[in-house]
Design a binder for this molecule. Sequence first.
Ligand code: ZN
Length: 64
Amino acid sequence: MTRKVLVCPVCKSTDVELDTGGVSGKYYCKSCGYIGSYVLEMTEGEYEEMLKMEEVEKRHDEKE
Ligand SMILES: [Zn+2]
């Protein structure tokens, strides 16, 4: 079974959890304080892929 992770759309942290009690149905990012009903849900493999892609993009930016 593949584990799914919740990812903050703002800071890309996986330190995301359902807001306390789940009353609002919103998610809370402990890393940047983001609160919203929208978070990214992906497998751990997909998450690692995304981090790799971002690193490549950053390196590309530094060159310019
Ligand atoms: Zn965040």
